[in-house]
Design a protein around this ligand. Structure first.
Ligand code: GDP
Ligand code: MN
Length: 380
């Protein structure tokens, strides 16, 4: 689960990482009131679950409450790469002398958390990694040993931070960021930029914080930070109905049982020259209600031109799924072509059931590849 900047900063604050004071605003009037309360110049920051807001016009300085209101007016409703701005974080403006970068993430290859630090912050870290890889310090932490003082020293020395006062502050922040990463079950904690003010104070000016969904049961307060409105309506509906759904941008709606089979189906649809409109996992179920729920969500996406069921009957028997599909189609009218491929336990019975009772827009195929080809053709 990705957190908004202001939520990530709240966790930073709890972890003892310095951040500026700020207030949330959802209207321009609230932005003005927040600026009045904070006093002095502020920065008006779009809260969206995507980066690069500055470049997209979602971060603006304001000298006084009047300006804060005007900037808020401009930023609210802005579309930043498909994310519409509905919330603003009004923060006391900082003077910036230097912009650094600090993060903790997982290096899956090394099976260890990875600290990254560079004094070339503020910009896209991918750019730094590509253009001057020597400037980016990468340091693994052995999870059993945990963060040690030498990690902090290695980061600042290798990063080329010469000022002793800065070194001390960055070392403390790195230790706390690592602690936050572990304590909040994060998958990414990123500060870009980590600034040094002209007075020599180091603080987090931005936050990118991703918490492991599977650990949210341990963090009721973080789980509550989820903003249902940040997700497309179909994804929200799917979450409510407990259907795994991922929106993609092709034309073939995909229903498979099991994530592995679903992923292979995406590949086979691509091999057949098409693209998936989404990915829907029926999981272990194939009863009528599960199929109705999944079809409801899939057909809610206007991009879908054909639907492809790819079912492997293991414990769930194919004939059960076939009955589920037929019952679902009794309960709802679907005009789109539907291609069904079933294999595994009781597949012949299932195909017979479908061939006898299915409506004309339902096509039964025996292999994954022929089913994908048919679906792509029908979607075209
Ligand atoms: P991002 O573009 O989504 O990464 O948003 P950031 O929060 O990182 O802000 C982008 C840039 O805006 C920063 O790198 C700063 O240069 C600038 N910025 C943000 N907050 C302030 C501030 O308080 N004062 C000043 N002077 N610049 C700021
Ligand atoms: Mn940033």
């Amino acid at each position: 689960m990705d957190l908004y900047e202001y939520q990530g900063k709240e966790l930073f604050r709890r972890a003892g990482i310095p951040v500026s004071d700020g207030k949330l605003a959802v209207t321009a009037a609230e932005a003005r009131a927040a600026a009045e309360e904070l006093g002095g110049p502020v920065v008006v920051k779009a809260q969206v679950l995507t980066g690069g807001r500055g470049k997209a016009g979602g971060i603006k300085l304001a000298a006084d409450p009047d300006e804060a209101e005007a900037r808020a007016e401009e930023i609210l409703g802005l579309d930043i790469r498909g994310h519409v701005v509905r919330k603003l974080w009004i923060e006391k403006a900082s003077d910036i002398a230097k912009e650094y970068y600090l993060s903790v993430t997982f290096d899956r290859g090394a099976k260890q958390p990875l600290l990254m630090f560079t004094t070339q912050g503020g910009v896209d870290i991918e750019e730094v990694a590509a253009s001057s890889p020597e400037a980016l310090v990468r340091l693994h932490v052995d999870p059993f040993e945990g963060f040690q003082p030498w990690h902090a020293r290695a980061l600042v020395y290798r990063g080329g931070v010469e000022d002793a006062n800065e070194q001390k502050q960055i070392a403390a922040i790195a230790e706390r960021l690592y602690a936050a990463f572990v304590d909040f079950d994060a998958m990414l904690c990123e500060i870009n930029p980590l600034i040094v003010t002209p007075a020599g104070e180091v603080k987090a000016l931005d936050s990118k914080f991703t918490v492991d969904d599977n650990a949210l049961f341990r963090h009721a307060d973080i789980a509550e930070m989820r903003d249902p409105e940040a997700y497309p309506p179909e994804e929200r509906a799917a979450r409510e109905k407990d259907v795994t759904y991922v929106k993609l941008d092709g034309q073939v709606g995909i229903l498979a049982n099991g994530a592995g089979l679903g992923m292979s189906t995406l590949d086979v649809v691509a091999l057949a020259g098409g693209a998936a409109a989404n990915f829907c996992d029926l999981g272990g179920g194939g009863d009528a209600q599960t199929v109705v729920d999944a079809l409801d969500i899939i057909t809610g996406d206007p991009q879908v031109r054909a639907i492809l069921f790819n079912i492997f009957g293991g414990i769930t028997r194919c004939d059960e799924v076939a009955r589920g599909i037929l019952q679902a189609l009794d309960q709802m009218t679907i005009d789109l072509p539907i291609v069904v491929r079933l294999d595994g336990t009781n597949a012949p019975e299932a195909r017979e059931l479908l061939e006898q009772a299915a409506p004309p827009n339902l096509h039964v195929e025996t292999t994954m590849l022929s089913a994908a080809r048919r679906a792509v053709e029908l979607a075209g």
